[in-house]
Design a protein around this ligand. Structure first.
Ligand SMILES: [Zn+2]
Length: 300
């Protein structure tokens, strides 16, 4: 009886762990590979684990915007082989200092110039902490630091394209670049656009929701209905998706401001919540509660 019982237990045990293993493997495979989506004739959007990457190809070499987490570097190097390999890599642009956009600098930095706003280099030189995600970023070695920095805006001319890199102040962080590919009519928004879900806004490192909204409004004024919008996170988007994101920033800010003006404190606002209209925006990784927190603190 005991033998049968123990045999049965071990069979049940194996049955129960098989799905767990295959789920884990599936997850593993899903997160450590890249999917390349064609955006224009010579620009691709690479989706991995962290921020979306833009990759421009051409006679004069590859230009990459952002380079994902360190754990994705081998997969990124593999993916880049499809476009000529690291030997072709000429420029990397970091839209801001966060690790999900810059850790690839460690493996790729020796192959290309890294371009970013002044404040990105300054932050990567020292350790940074994001309390919300309990994440500490150690100082980057020289090879992984931006070696070309700018203050307001700069242009790169490569592959018959004008790449306009513009600083938008105190939006998502204190060192955000938005990258415009003029001829292709493509824009990489960095983390000034989370397409379809509440964004992370890094208030501890110079970010502010109201300024982010102003910056997005300024971009909306210079792009058109045919512009391909690469968001920092989320699917390849359009001007109307960016408009939806702007409307959400403005709409949710107004709701929190209204409650604050009525004398409600942060806890009371959280328990009241936002209107149903914004329900679908909680799908991502920032909950309504965290978003209310961010809005409340941006209004201070
Ligand atoms: Zn970010």
């Amino acid at each position: 009886m005991n033998l049968i019982k123990s045999w049965l237990m071990s069979v049940l045990f194996f049955i129960s762990i098989i799905p767990a293993i295959s789920m884990a493997e599936k997850h593993h495979a899903d997160t450590l590979t890249f999917k390349s989506i064609k955006v224009s004739e010579n620009i691709w959007m690479l989706q991995g684990k962290g921020g979306n990457i833009a990759l421009m190809t051409g006679q004069q070499g590859l230009l990459m915007v952002d380079d994902d987490y360190k754990v994705m570097s081998n997969a990124l190097i593999e993916e880049v082989k499809k476009f000529g390999g690291l030997a072709k890599l000429t420029y990397i642009i970091n839209t801001h200092w966060h690790g999900d956009h810059t850790q690839g600098n460690l493996a790729l930095g020796s192959h290309a110039h890294i371009v970013a706003h002044d404040n990105v280099r300054a932050r990567l030189l020292t350790s940074q902490e994001i309390k919300l995600f309990k994440m500490v970023s150690e100082p980057y070695p020289e090879v992984a630091l931006p070696d070309v920095t700018y203050t307001r805006s700069m242009k790169l001319y490569i592959n018959n394209e004008e790449v306009n890199i513009v600083h938008y102040a105190t939006g998502h962080t204190d060192g955000d670049s938005i990258v415009f590919f003029k001829k292709a009519n493509v824009v990489h928004m960095g983390d000034h656009h989370f397409s379809g879900f509440f964004p992370f806004v890094d208030l501890d490192h110079g970010g502010n929701v109201l300024h982010m909204a102003e910056n997005v409004k300024a971009v909306l004024a210079i792009i058109n209905d045919k512009t391909k919008v690469i968001p920092g996170h989320g699917p390849l988007s359009s001007k109307s998706d960016l408009q939806d994101f702007y409307d959400m920033l403005i709409g949710t800010s107004a709701e929190v401001k209204n409650m604050k003006d009525q004398g409600l404190n942060l806890d009371q606002i959280k328990s009241k919540g936002l209107s149903k209209r914004w329900e679908s925006w909680t799908d991502g990784f920032i909950s309504t509660e965290v978003w209310i927190d961010t809005l409340y603190n941006s209004l201070l």
